[in-house]
Design a protein. Structure first.
Length: 157
């Protein structure tokens, strides 16, 4: 260890470990089920499942919409990528995590009319957006199955 600069030893170890870490990240996850079984499980799991159609990420600024599925309830409600979620149905989500977001959405799924209203920040303005949670469409399920098959069972199409 270099006594003049203790950080040099840390940097050197990170430099030499980086290729190992990068190699681990490139390793693909494996699906252990046969392709037909996977397809059946995915279809069973998603059929009738209510969804909003967003991918949410946690940042220093809070929960941010990372992406919106085209022709989804979120898309029809004008929810957009990069919207910052302030609240859903009056539940303050500032400083909260993705898990909290999912809990609020799951509670809405149990209502007779499964809808949510969201307060989002878009740029410098705030917007109230209303969305009805809807069952995942057959087209969406087909896309999800196809993506899984392409990634985890490429030689078994």
């Amino acid at each position: 260890m270099n006594r003049k600069n203790p950080y040099l030893a840390i940097l050197m170890s990170l430099f030499f470990m980086a290729p190992l870490v990068a190699g681990v990240r490139r390793e693909k996850k494996k699906c252990l089920s046969p392709p037909k079984e996977c397809e059946q499980q995915i279809r069973t799991m998603l059929t009738g499942q209510l969804y909003l159609g967003v991918e949410v990420t946690e940042t220093k600024l809070g929960l941010i919409i990372k992406s919106v599925t085209s022709d989804s309830p979120a898309d029809r409600a004008d929810i957009r990528a990069l919207d910052r979620i302030i609240s859903i149905d009056g539940h303050d989500l500032t400083g909260r995590g993705v898990r909290d977001f999912r809990q609020v959405l799951n509670a809405a799924k149990d209502r007779p009319k499964p809808s949510v209203w969201m307060l989002v920040q878009r740029g410098s303005s705030f917007k109230r957006l209303d969305a009805m949670l809807e069952p995942v469409s057959q087209e969406q399920i087909d896309k999800i199955v196809a993506a899984h098959m392409a990634e985890f069972h490429p030689s078994e199409k």
